[in-house]
Design a protein around this ligand. Structure first.
Ligand code: COS
Length: 381
């Protein structure tokens, strides 16, 4: 059972503590699911998370557009991640996928959120390209304006939920303005005949992931999110909200790694005592517990600052994501060490955590990008 004393921290309101308890209860009843077929698992998870109401936290309510509560998102992500990485993935993508619609969408576009919030539509965020993952200002996928709207041509890479999504938010180059100023955001439905799954991508921690090809993909004027040329800022503002939640997922993985390690250290007998009697092992456990609390402080600080109405949380979000994901990698590595041979054995919880954590240091802004954001902020003060 993970340490839950953090719930007493002043970042939270009583409703957050109730939410954390409710989602913990739900996760214990329903997770983990079978991962043998990742597409089927994710479809099932989105449907169930929708039916049971959890996805209402991922996007704004079109009837009462009040904004996204970031502390709730983080609490749900860390709890789901502690029980099942695919459940966390499915939940998270429903938020990031249509994050731009929650934040900048028209009333008509926000109607789509009814379906992502009830789990009947799967969402995806199509920003990265083969030659522009970190360097977003360099994206090449083109959106040419014509009489009826726009025609998209080009490719997107590393698109989570690619292949199973019903709604994509796609960032493309419109007009002649250079770099960041020439990018716009579009809402494209998965049934558009101009979207093709060029390749399904297999990774160390399997989840639906694809390279997408846009082949004369036609969208109407109503597909444009915000105005032309605003796409870069829309992407950055969306990432500012969701990056702290990546830190929260890493925190969930870390907490699970610590729980597994404590159990192992208490049970495993060697040298006439228990693993937990060895001071070097105690040193590992102490490092893990310390990293977890420090990461949690940064994650919930970022969420609290955002919920308190800060106009921009780039710095706080970058610190939370950077620290929580990098430390989770170290925490999980120690957990593998404490488990010895079992730690690298398929089927062992810490073996899967070791694979699951790696991508979090890359996606939604690699650790190096977070350092750029933090350093630019410090230098600008
Ligand atoms: N919110 C609002 N506006 C922002 C912003 C933010 N968080 N960050 C930057 N902007 C604005 C800047 O103010 C600037 O506007 P002006 O030209 O009006 O001054 C404009 O956007 C360009 O910003 P900047 O010059 O900082 O852009 P760079 O090309 O140097 O990019 C980084 C900066 C590297 C931080 C950015 O490209 C980035 O975050 N990359 C990683 C992307 C990512 O997460 N990819 C993963 C995809 S999802 S799996």
């Amino acid at each position: 059972m993970a340490d839950r004393r953090f719930l007493a921290w002043p970042f939270f309101e009583p409703r957050h503590r109730d939410l954390a308890n409710a989602v913990e209860h739900w996760a214990r009843e329903n997770l983990p699911v079978d991962h043998a077929d990742a597409d089927a698992a994710c479809r099932g998870l989105v449907a169930q998370l929708g039916t049971d109401g959890w996805l209402t936290h991922t996007a704004i309510d079109p009837d009462e557009p009040r904004g996204i509560d970031l502390r709730s998102l983080c609490l749900i992500r860390e709890t789901l991640a502690r029980h099942d990485a695919l459940a966390d993935f499915s939940f998270a993508m429903q938020g990031l996928g249509v994050g731009a619609v929650s934040l900048f969408g028209s009333q008509e576009q926000q109607e789509h959120l009814r379906r992502t919030r009830n789990g009947t539509a799967i969402a995806a965020f199509a920003l990265s390209e083969a030659r522009s993952g970190s360097d977003v200002a360099n994206i090449e996928l083109s959106a040419r304006a014509d009489a009826d709207g726009f025609v998209l041509n080009g490719e997107k890479m590393w698109i989570s939920n690619g292949g199973i999504a019903d709604i994509y938010v796609v960032f493309a180059r419109t007009g002649d303005a250079p770099a960041a100023k020439g990018i716009s955001a579009f809402l494209v439905t998965g049934d558009n005949p101009g979207i093709e799954i060029a390749e399904r991508l297999e990774v160390i921690a399997p989840h639906p992931l694809a390279r997408l090809r846009f082949n004369n993909c036609r969208v109407g004027l109503e597909a444009l999110i915000g105005r032309t040329g605003q796409g870069f800022k829309i992407a950055m503002a969306t990432l500012d909200v969701f990056r702290a939640t990546v830190g929260a997922a890493a925190l969930g993985f870390s907490r699970r790694a610590l729980d597994e390690s404590v159990e192992r250290a208490r049970e495993r007998k060697l040298f006439g005592g228990h693993l937990s009697d060895l001071q070097l092992v105690q040193g590992h456990i102490a490092d893990m517990a310390l990293a977890i609390d420090a990461a949690a402080l940064l994650v919930y600080r970022a969420a609290w600052v955002k919920d308190a109405g800060a106009p921009r949380v780039s710095r706080e979000a970058a610190m939370a994501k950077l620290f929580a994901t990098e430390k989770a990698q170290e925490v999980i590595d120690k957990a593998v060490q404490i488990h010895g041979g079992d730690g690298v054995r398929k089927g062992c919880v810490v073996e899967s955590l070791y694979r699951e954590i790696r991508a979090l240091r890359i996606y939604e802004g690699a650790s190096e990008v977070q350092k750029v954001v933090i350093a630019r902020d410090a230098l600008a003060q």
